[in-house]
Design a protein around this ligand. Structure first.
Ligand code: PLP
Length: 416
């Protein structure tokens, strides 16, 4: 089985400056884990830290831990650890709640600011291929703020921005196709149109440099359980541009965002800075698991992460075109490097996909869902997205070139 591509993979792994990072994760050599874009692998140091949080901080110190163990300040402290990964300065990011909830906070707050500046702005633009939760929440946020939601293809966003746009909500990387949007250009275009922009970084944080401060992004949200490996249900983050922090009028002004929460006063006075994005009591166990998980980034150069991510994608596509019968799968991820996130999505035509029988597909062949099931049973863990997309996520901190080669080779065997 050791063909030229396997030899090339081994050479690429030997030259990989991030190769040593893999040992910082709990992985088994029998499995090729290409689903870190859904749930990142467990960093080795997390279990001991979490055990200490439970046994000592909760078990022994109990309520004293809010102060003595730094529980109270964790949302901003952990936010400051994420900040360098997205190009944000200190006190711009708060961690807590889910991405869905943070989309709500960001979109409502952004619409409020946009309409304060210009009450005629009555539209919220969203990429029509958005991750569904973003679209559902933006629709509700629009209704609550007296605006209307307009869904347009991402390619149309530049021309859709105009004097009626209050806010554009954009996914930095499309969860299904892995297409990367041009954040600097779209942000500048939104501002030229007098609009505010909210970026969803779920599939870019930890996969590529983002540059939120440098590009003047207004608001951003993101997941921490994908490329940041924070654990299932780890809390999400909210970024607010420094100039907008004093104007951030949260639609969920819980007591943890109050300037003096223990005054227990009936009147709401918002705190300054990132704290203003909090709602209620944070999920401390998940928050501190995330904090421990983030230590793997301490010595990581994001430019190296991006280089390896793109190299893995290129190599995987080359292996697929060698191992998989022509016409059986096709990449829906753009081939141009500057338009790619860190996953490769392959459309796999076949029965029951609604895509008809693609060229090179014969009757009785496996559907995309069946292909992914067969891969998973061989220890190649990617995922399937309706109706016919096979997703392979490349997590530069722990995915090897040999992983990419094994996955493509197994795919070729499964589709015959
Ligand atoms: C993963 C993902 C989410 C998940 O939202 P949750 O509230 O954590 O369930 C939201 N948006 C995008 C773009 C995602 O990729």
């Amino acid at each position: 089985m050791n063909g030229p591509l396997a030899a090339e993979a081994a050479a690429l792994d030997r030259a990989d400056v991030l190769a040593a990072k893999r040992a910082e994760f709990v992985l088994d050599e029998d499995t090729v884990y290409l689903d870190g874009n859904s749930l990142g692998a467990l960093p080795r140091d997390v279990p001991a830290r979490l055990a200490d949080v439970v046994a000592r901080e909760w078990g022994e110190l109990r309520i004293r831990s809010w102060g003595e163990s730094g529980w109270w300040t964790a949302p901003e402290r952990v936010g400051d650890r994420i900040a360098p990964l997205v190009g944000a300065g200190p006190d711009r990011i708060v961690v807590g709640d889910s991405t869905s909830v943070n989309v709500f906070k960001a979109v409502v707050a952004a619409v409020r600011i946009a309409r304060q500046d210009d009450p005629g702005r009555d539209e919220v633009l969203v990429d029509e291929a958005t991750f569904p939760t973003d679209g559902y929440i933006a629709e509700s946020a629009a209704r609550l703020t007296g605006t209307r939601l307009r869904a347009v293809p991402a390619a149309v966003l530049p021309s859709a921005l105009g004097p009626r746009t209050a806010v554009a909500l954009v996914n930095h990387v499309d969860y299904r196709t892995g297409e990367l949007q041009d954040l600097p250009t779209l942000t500048a275009l939104a501002h030229d149109a007098g609009a505010r922009i909210v970026w969803d970084l779920c599939h870019s944080v930890g996969a590529l440099p983002v540059g939120l401060d440098a590009h003047g992004v207004d608001f951003a949200v993101g997941c921490t359980y994908k490329y940041l490996n924070g654990g299932p249900g780890a809390p999400a983050f909210l970024y607010v541009h420094g100039d907008l922090q004093p104007r951030f009028d949260s639609p969920l002004p819980g007591w943890h965002s109050h300037a003096d929460p223990f005054a227990m006063s009936s009147g709401y006075v918002p705190a300054e800075g990132a704290v203003r994005g909090r709602v209620g009591t944070p999920d401390i166990l998940s928050m501190l698991a995330l904090e421990a998980a983030l230590t793997v980034w301490d010595d990581v150069d994001l430019a190296a992460v991006r280089r390896k991510s793109l190299a893995l994608g290129d190599f995987f596509l080359r292996c697929v075109s060698t191992y998989v019968r022509a016409g059986r799968v096709s990449s829906v991820t753009p081939t141009e490097r500057e338009r790619r996130g860190s996953q490769i999505s392959l459309r796999c035509a076949g029965p029951g996909t609604g895509a008809g029988t693609g060229e090179g597909v014969e009757a009785g062949e496996l559907s995309a869902a069946e292909v992914m099931d067969a891969l998973i049973s061989r220890g190649i863990i990617g995922d399937f997205r309706h109706p016919d997309v096979l997703r392979f996520g490349f997590t530069p901190l722990y995915t090897s070139f040999l992983d990419a080669e094994r996955a493509a080779r197994a795919l070729g065997e499964v589709v015959g």
